[in-house]
Design a protein around this ligand. Structure first.
Ligand code: G3P
Length: 217
């Protein structure tokens, strides 16, 4: 399973990338706002750090403008995936831009039928938001499972990019159910390394080591 980092924080991306933990990056208008940076500048910088797909989202609502914005974003670097919302205009944009050879990430997906449409429109990635479904007492993981079954039934090549990942358990559950990619904030990716028994075991080893009076270096 691939790990994308869901942030426009260049330092956080670089730190995880140095550890080999970054297969790609996803951004959205809210994350650009949080970064306080210009979208074109920060996206270019991210594309210089990460060799995998970097999603940059259009903000127009009509297909013609979305297509123009998508082409401009795609011109930033060859590893840009143009992100479009799951609306009819977004699907139209997906069809045109994927036909031109660009990667397209269809975002704000909340149903299996929406995911089916995105695959038929040639999406490279579909982004179901599992945390936001959990927020309204629905089961985000069920959606990932349904999309996996549908895509496998018909051999769709669109990759399932599980988004709105809030917890370490979301990551494990998405891996078990067969998502192709998870995109998670840096804090969640870091939390994957944490275990109370690791901390406790290390504490014991350090205490015993101190009693030996030895040094390695
Ligand atoms: O990738 C989508 C993500 O940024 C949304 O996450 O936590 O705002 O639902 P969240």
């Amino acid at each position: 399973m691939k790990f994308f980092v869901d942030t426009a924080d260049v330092q956080a991306i670089a730190e995880l990338n140095d550890l080999g933990m970054v297969d790609g990056v996803t951004t959205n208008p809210s994350l650009i706002l949080k970064s306080g940076r210009d979208i074109l500048e920060v996206t270019k910088e991210i594309c210089g750090i990460v060799s995998g797909p970097v999603s940059a989202e259009v903000v127009a609502l009509k297909a013609d403008e979305m297509i123009a914005e998508g082409r401009k974003l795609a011109a930033i670097a060859p590893n840009i995936a143009v992100k479009v919302p799951l609306t009819w205009d977004g699907l139209k944009t997906c069809k045109v831009l994927s036909g031109e050879g660009f990667m397209v990430n269809v975002t704000l997906c909340f149903s299996a039928n929406q995911a089916l449409l995105a695959a038929k429109a040639g999406a490279t990635f579909i982004s179901p938001f599992i945390g936001r479904l959990d927020d309204i007492n629905m089961d985000g993981l069920d959606l990932i499972g349904d999309i996996r079954t549908i895509y496998d039934n018909y051999d769709f090549k669109t990759q399932i990019l599980a988004a709105s990942i809030r917890t370490a358990n979301h990551v494990k559950d998405c891996a078990l159910i067969g998502a192709d990619v998870v995109t998670a904030p840096p804090s969640v990716i870091k939390a994957l390394a944490s275990h109370v028994l690791t901390d406790k075991g290390l504490e014991q080893f350090m205490a015993d080591w101190a009693k030996t009076g030895q040094k390695i270096l």
